[in-house]
Design a binder for this molecule. Structure first.
Ligand SMILES: *[C@@H]1O[C@H](CO)[C@@H](O)[C@H](O)[C@H]1NC(C)=O
Ligand SMILES: *[C@@H]1O[C@H](CO)[C@@H](O)[C@H](O)[C@H]1NC(C)=O
Ligand SMILES: *[C@@H]1O[C@H](CO)[C@@H](O)[C@H](O)[C@H]1NC(C)=O
Ligand SMILES: *[C@H]1O[C@H](CO)[C@@H](O)[C@H](O)[C@H]1NC(C)=O
Length: 876
């Protein structure tokens, strides 16, 4: 599933907004809405909620990716970050894993999540899908749907539209019953049906066109009190709005599909999701802020951060090769901690845009292009005397000065300044006023693991296995997504004369696998592990093996690492039945949702197996008759639960870490001290799964190194909600071998906070407010300052670094330059030590001794690094 990477998808999720209310055509003929005023409509400028145009700052947060105990804190932090809308998908395959059997418990409790968002005063955008992508296993489709006869996904055909409608209806009715739609007084202001469909519509031809119309009508038919959105619909009917997804919608988006449609940006990527084998992903706060500011400067009124909080892919929920940690680079990191300065810089941006709300929504835009790189955009309404301006320098290297209404404004390279009154710069996208922070993983004192015990899986022989077939069965169809694992076993009889005579020459077992990984055994002895990657899932496994005269057993443990997010299939012009259908004779192309078409392997698992270097040459054993078995014995016994773990006899682990493959490990640990989030460091292990008190923490894969030579993900999040104070059962299934004694339980904090403020930074955007048409300062005097604030009511226990001058580096790695004020540290300590937060004005008088200043001519920077902790800590 090559390049299923959002980053390649420069363009546009187009949203198709079918509004039952905006076009005036369907005025609530249905249901209880009769006579009631529409709560959500739109015009050419923005969504209109309760009669008022709105700027919408939206963030994606997916309820299954965190336990409900974390939701209040995450929603609250999103709100403090300036969001007024939370966007979530609805995940069909977790809600209906078996046809007709529904699950809305725990972190699958959609209604609880929606209610909680409403209780925090935020709105909801509900992306029902049912196809959702989202780096989620099978893009949200349940496995059983694949086995419905004659079904073609995401196209107009009886079986598909029947099941899609049935499910959509269930979700809509649940939301309706709880009165969660906006016109019922609830928080849900819009809902989405389908997802980026234009990417695949062409392949389905007429059936695709018919499907789009059907889906829109079906959705509106189910509920018509709020706008329905649908993505990627360039030929959207009149009652839909096309919107943008991507990194730079301010410049790439051609605009909505009509003058009465607002400009909405529904998927704004805060970084890049990771697959195993990737180096870390980055997207700077400055770059993000630039593109959002640009979008609002170019008439945008809704931006969604994808993701605002990514969370964790627990269990087997991630799609192929996607890491267990999801969008850790988002403004809230995997542990729900504020990723600074991203979180704070965007909070400040939202404040600056809100200060400009009146002119933005009721003013008239005008653009003044000064040269290739410099541009002034104003939104003005002379009658009510409101005016806001965006000053843009698009040059990536050189700063510039813009003259605007008689005043010179300095603009750093590639930056936008926001002036809510056309006079005062309250924000610049490149000058980060918000603090920085660094994340620390600290070994827990209380959380030490007890003695480890081991139980080893049996390596089966062909005779032990139930499902027989001449050639190896396809892996996806075999597991039906009930396990990552399936055994493939065969046996071969060799005569002594078949085998090499010299002891230094061994035959070689070669397995051509279509993905994703495998461990191979000969006569019960482990011979090695092989795997593909997200871009090339297929791989060739080759290892020397020892064979004996007589019967030899070849046992292959084949694995998937998440199913692909299924897209679609077409053959020439005829849509094929289903993606990766094993019986399908069509030439199947899996077209990714980006522009390219990729020849995708339909299958996973071993396909061609040979033994090379026999006296008679190469022996092809692909058709040798195979026995199959899905899942590990330990999974069936649920060894990861307290009850299941009693079913086998556990033994001591070997002291030298040589326990070998297919090992179940078990131990107990106490909850770590304090309230900080908890992680488990798995660097001493290789690949497998983790459970705590019977709950899955997800897959780990620390033996898959990135190009930087490090595991893509070393630490795995254990939610505090999964823990008891004492004796938490920790079970690990390790596929190839590791050293469990070195596994470390850790606490996670962002106790190192930093601030880097120059003399030309704008003051905190909090220094101003707008009431009606009046924009004014609310502090006197308004000054540039360094502002530091410890998380979770902690206080600054130490100032680790302070410099007023030309220090350089990054949070955690600062170093002094040539001009440092000898006073700076002392001043910072005076202002901040022992405090939860502090603000130090950037003043030479205060921070330096001007008579002794050795470099008075340079612009100075105040650089601070402080360590936060609990106040009681200081007393010990
Ligand atoms: C609309 O206004 C009413 C009354 O103030 C309020 O209860 C409701 O929550 C608002 N709806 C939305 C979607 O904000
Ligand atoms: C913004 O809106 C104005 C007036 O509605 C229009 O003239 C202008 O072209 C729009 N700008 C962009 C970038 O779409
Ligand atoms: C700004 O610069 C980038 C390249 O750095 C370019 O792709 C983009 O089109 C420019 N935008 C404008 C409005 O000039
Ligand atoms: C969308 O997200 C990208 C990166 O995540 C960001 O640069 C851009 O500004 C965002 N745009 C909007 C409108 O949110």
């Amino acid at each position: 599933m090559a390049a299923l990477r959002r980053i390649l998808l420069l363009a546009l999720l187009c949203l198709l907004v079918t509004s039952a209310t905006a076009d005036g055509k369907k005025k609530k003929e249905k249901g209880k809405g009769k006579g009631k005023k529409s709560v959500v409509t739109y015009d050419g400028r923005s969504l209109i909620i309760n009669g008022s145009r709105e700027l919408i700052f939206s963030g994606s947060i997916h309820y299954p990716r965190s336990p409900p105990e974390m939701w209040p804190e995450i929603i609250e932090k999103a709100k403090k970050g300036g969001l007024n809308l939370i966007q979530t998908y609805v995940f069909w395959n977790i809600h209906e894993p078996v046809q007709g059997q529904f699950n809305f418990e725990g972190n699958y409790d959609l209604i609880k999540f929606l209610k909680m968002i409403g209780e925090h005063g935020l709105w909801v955008s509900l992306r029902v899908g049912p196809y959702i992508e989202g780096e989620w296993n099978m893009g949200g489709f349940p496995y059983w749907l694949r086995e419905v006869p004659d079904i073609t996904f995401r196209s107009y055909n009886e079986p598909f539209v029947y099941h899609m409608q049935k499910y959509t209806e269930r979700i809509v009715n649940m939301v309706k019953k709880e009165k969660l739609f906006a016109d019922q007084g609830g928080p849900v202001i819009m809902a989405q049906i389908e997802n980026e469909y234009n990417n695949i519509q062409l392949a389905y031809r007429e059936a695709g066109e018919k499907y789009v119309k059907w889906a829109a009508d079906m959705a509106v038919g189910l509920y018509d009190g709020i706008p329905w959105i649908m993505c990627k619909q360039e030929d959207a009917p009149e009652h839909v709005i096309s919107t943008c997804n991507g990194r730079q919608c301010g410049d790439t988006f051609p605009g909505p599909n009509g003058p009465n449609k607002p400009s909405l940006w529904t998927e704004n990527w805060t970084a890049q999701y990771r697959v195993f084998g990737d180096p870390p992903s980055q997207r700077s706060a400055e770059d993000l802020a630039f593109s959002v500011a640009r979008f609002f400067a170019r008439n945008g009124t809704l931006n969604n951060y994808y993701m605002y909080y990514g969370g964790t892919n627990y269990g087997r929920t991630s799609s192929s090769f996607v890491t267990t940690r999801y969008y850790d680079e988002a403004p809230l990191d995997e542990f729900g901690l504020l990723r600074e300065p991203k979180w704070g810089h965007l909070r400040d941006l939202h404040r600056a845009l809100r200060l400009s709300k009146k002119p933005l929504l009721w003013g008239t835009p005008s653009v003044q292009k000064i040269n290739k790189d410099l541009e002034i955009i104003t939104f003005e309404n002379p009658k009510s005397n409101i005016c806001a301006a965006f000053l843009t320098n698009n040059h990536t290297k050189a700063p510039a000065t813009i003259q605007f209404r008689g005043v010179d404004y300095y603009l750093p390279q590639r930056s936008i300044s926001i002036l809510p009154d056309c006079k005062t710069v309250v924000y610049n996208t490149e000058t980060v006023v918000a603090q920085h922070s660094a994340r620390n993983f600290i070994p827990s004192k209380n959380g030490k693991t007890n003695k480890w015990e081991i139980f080893q899986e049996n390596v089966p022989n062909m005779n032990d296995l139930p499902v027989k077939n001449k050639e190896p069965l396809e892996l996806y169809s075999l597991t039906k997504d009930t396990s990552d694992y399936a055994w493939y076993c065969t046996s071969i009889n060799f005569d002594r004369r078949d085998l090499p005579m010299r002891p230094d020459i061994l035959p070689v077992l070669q397995i051509a696998s279509l993905g994703h990984a495998l461990a191979a055994f000969v006569n019960g002895i482990y011979i090695g592990f092989g795997h593909g990657n997200n871009i090339e899932k297929s791989f060739l496994f080759q290892k020397p093996i020892s064979l004996k005269p007589g019967v030899n057993q070849i046992s292959i443990l084949a694995m998937t690492v998440g199913f692909p997010v299924i897209l679609f299939v077409h053959s020439q012009h005829v849509p094929c039945r289903v993606f990766f259908d094993i019986d399908n004779k069509c030439d199947i192309f899996f077209r990714m949702k980006n522009s390219g078409a990729y020849m995708e392997k339909r299958f996973a698992g071993p396909r061609g197996i040979t033994i090379q270097g026999l006296m008679s040459g190469t022996l092809d054993i692909t058709m040798n008759n195979w026995g199959h078995q899905v899942g590990m014995a330990g999974e069936k016994m649920q060894l990861y639960t307290e009850e299941g773990s009693q079913k086998v006899k556990w033994g001591p682990t070997s002291s030298n870490g040589a326990d070998g493959p297919l090992s179940w490990y078990k131990t107990y640990f106490d909850a770590p001290e304090g309230n900080d989030p908890v992680a488990i460091n798995m660097n001493s292990m290789a690949k497998g799964m983790i459970w705590v008190n019977g709950k899955s923490i997800g897959r780990y894969w620390t033996s898959f190194l990135s190009p930087l030579g490090k595991p893509t993900q070393s630490e795995y999040h254990i939610p505090r909600a999964f823990l008891k104070p004492k004796n938490n059962l920790l079970v690990i299934f390790e596929e190839t071998g590791g050293k469990p004694e070195k596994i470390e339980i850790q606490t996670v904090n962002r106790n190192i906070i930093c601030s880097v403020i120059t003399e030309y930074h704008p003051p905190l955007v909090k220094s101003w407010e707008r009431k009606d048409n009046i924009f004014r300062a609310i502090v006197d005097p308004v000054k540039t300052g360094s502002h530091l604030s410890c998380p979770d009511n902690k206080v600054m226990n130490a100032i680790e670094f302070a410099s007023f001058g030309d220090a350089d580096g990054a949070c955690g790695y600062f170093y002094h330059g040539k001009c440092n004020s000898p006073k700076a540290l002392q001043v910072v300590e005076q202002y901040c030590l022992g405090k939860n937060e502090c603000t130090i004005p950037i003043e030479r008088q205060l921070l330096d001794d001007p008579s002794k200043d050795s470099c008075p001519e340079i612009a100075k920077t105040l650089v601070i690094q402080a360590e936060c902790g609990h106040p009681e800590k200081k007393n010990n």
